[in-house]
Design a binder for this molecule. Structure first.
Ligand SMILES: Cc1cc2nc3c(=O)[nH]c(=O)nc-3n(C[C@H](O)[C@H](O)[C@H](O)COP(=O)(O)O)c2cc1C
Length: 149
């Protein structure tokens, strides 16, 4: 089972904390969408897209990467962290992957420390998140999906 995860995690490295725990679970290749916009994903069985939420969606670099490089017919999963919970955060990335005849295996989202804009004035929101429980949840989510079909 070869897995690639394309990610963007810059605000506080919140999403990367989830990915670092997943990295210990097996053969996973990580691609930072902020430094590389091209990769051959044909050889991977499972492809993850992971991002902090930026202006109500996955970061543009991840959306653009998916648009350009996601082959048709792959198994895909989503991982994200946010300041304030809202269901619509995955809409834009889902729209892209749906256009590529892809099987969406699931999405995992949890809070991440957020000091953007006015939140900085009050010391940020979601302090300490993702916490150990959030990270364990991401690992469980990944392991349930990363089984050969
Ligand atoms: C420019 C910017 C825009 C953001 N927009 C949102 C948003 O629309 N909704 C939200 O819940 N959080 C928003 N956040 C908070 C981040 O999604 C949250 O802190 C996330 O955990 C950051 O992930 P990262 O550290 O992996 O990049 C924003 C943060 C920044 C810096």
């Amino acid at each position: 089972m070869k897995t690639a995860i394309v990610y963007y995690s810059k605000h506080h490295g919140n999403t990367k904390k989830l990915l670092d725990a997943i990295a210990k679970q097996g053969d996973v290749t990580f691609i930072d969408a902020s430094s590389s916009q091209h990769a051959d994903l044909f050889g991977y069985d499972l492809i993850g897209f992971a991002s902090g939420i930026y202006y109500s969606k996955f970061h543009d670099s991840v959306l653009q990467f998916a648009e350009k490089n996601l082959p048709h017919g792959k198994r895909v999963f989503l991982i994200y962290t946010y300041g304030m919970k809202r269901k619509s955060y995955t809409d834009a990335i889902k729209q892209i992957i749906e256009s590529k005849d892809v099987q969406l295996e699931g999405a995992y989202g949890c809070p991440g420390f957020d000091t953007f804009g006015p939140f900085k004035l009050i010391g940020g929101i979601q302090k300490g998140r993702p916490n150990d429980e959030d990270i364990a949840g991401a690992v469980t989510f990944f392991l349930e999906i990363a089984v050969p079909v």
